[in-house]
Design a binder for this molecule. Sequence first.
Ligand code: SF4
Length: 60
Amino acid sequence: MNVKVEPHRCPQNHPCPVVRVCPTGAIRQRGYAAPEIDKAKCINCGRCIRYCGFGAIRSA
Ligand code: SF4
């Protein structure tokens, strides 16, 4: 599984709560923009996919 962000699903108007649930610190957010995932740090655990209420993070 690969994880990807779909920016069009993210309202990009709030601090992304998913940043805190990632166990490896692979997710970062610049301002209120859609979060970005560092593929080198991601272990594909899927937590971010389950946590985002907008479905903006999905498996690819
Ligand atoms: S799948 Fe897991 S490790 Fe990868 S970005 Fe999401 S929460 Fe972080």
